[in-house]
Write a protein that binds this ligand. Structure first.
Ligand SMILES: Nc1nc2c(ncn2[C@@H]2O[C@H](COP(=O)(O)OP(=O)(O)OP(=O)(O)O)[C@@H](O)[C@H]2O)c(=O)[nH]1
Ligand SMILES: [Mg+2]
Length: 285
């Protein structure tokens, strides 16, 4: 739970049998996650056995692809805050609190894996992937004149239910470039967002997408083509913009909940008094 909102994590799974159990437990161990939804996308044999007993809810999507798996998870969740992630050991449950902290201010929080201090040894984030993701993100930022972006391919992110409801009818990509489509729909709907660094670790097991140079190269060009298609209206659709949808943004809700100066002063006094009495007790000892 986060400020009265249910928190769900969606883990699509295809080839993460050896890491999924640990990932689920790590996210639950934060004490902030109410539900982990595992979307079994014709996953490796033995995956269900690893999920059993962790408390996660396993659902099945037979249509192959990262996007299809995520869409199935979204449609089967009623949480107020939904975190997309991967159970391959690359992301850390520790970052859940960072995503949630920013969700107080914005309805969408994207992760970035291009901050040097957060890239761990053995992570699949060499120069080609790092600069490639950065370049496509910068291209998007410039073409849409939007908020700072530094990673087009980070799959750990948080979306509020309101943001998801707005963009859901527009999400159509079943494959790996579903992630960039979510980002572009958020931008096109004018939904406020921020991008924050995520810890990025070595993958457990074989990567089936960005582990191969040529697959990553192809995905890169597909992302560029997608960005250009959005920018030049090839995917023109009527969209209800965030502001027109009259959804109370989280920041406004925060402002409403701002305590008065008087009550803040009383609180500060109380904290000071408590600190004074505590140090008095220590001195007496
Ligand atoms: N390859 C593949 N992945 C799928 C499929 N359905 C869901 N996924 C999920 O998509 C995510 C990305 O696949 P990975 O093999 O981790 O690819 P990767 O090379 O690590 O790619 P990135 O995580 O984007 O860097 C994983 O969480 C998979 O579980 C599918 O049909 N094929
Ligand atoms: Mg991965």
């Amino acid at each position: 739970m986060w400020h009265g909102k249910k928190v769900a994590v969606i883990f699509p799974t295809y080839n993460e049998k050896d890491s999924i159990r640990r990932a689920i437990l790590a996210y639950y161990a934060t004490g902030l996650v109410d539900e982990v939804i595992v979307v079994n996308n014709n996953a490796a044999p033995g995956t269900s056995e690893e999920v059993a007993g962790t408390g996660a809810r396993e659902i099945f999507e037979t249509k192959q692809g990262y996007g299809n798996a995520l869409l199935c998870g979204i449609d089967n969740s009623d949480a107020g805050l939904v975190i997309f992630s991967e159970p391959d050991g690359t992301f850390s449950g520790h970052d859940v609190i960072k995503l949630l902290a920013y969700s107080d201010d914005v309805p969408v929080v994207f992760g970035t894996r291009t901050t040097r201090e957060f890239i761990w040894q053995g992570a699949n984030m060499g120069k080609f992937l790092c600069w490639g993701n950065w370049a496509v993100a910068k291209m998007t930022e410039l073409l849409f004149n939007t908020t700072l972006l530094t990673d087009m391919g980070c799959t750990q992110r948080l979306l509020s239910r309101e943001a998801l409801q707005l963009i859901r009818p527009h999400l159509s990509i079943g494959g790996s470039h579903f992630g960039p489509q979510v980002l572009l729909e958020v931008v096109q709907h004018g939904i406020p967002f921020v991008e924050i660094p995520m810890n990025y670790c070595a993958r457990v097991g074989e990567s089936s997408v960005t582990g191969s140079f040529w697959k990553a190269w192809k995905l890169g060009w597909r992302m560029i083509f997608l960005v250009l298609s959005y920018r030049f209206g090839l995917i023109a659709r009527e969209r209800l913009r965030w502001q027109e949808a009259a959804i109370t943004p989280p920041r406004a809700r925060q402002e409403e909940a701002q305590p008065s100066t008087e009550s803040l002063a009383a609180l500060a006094r109380e904290v000071r008094e408590r600190a004074d009495s505590k140090s008095g007790t220590l001195l007496q000892r």
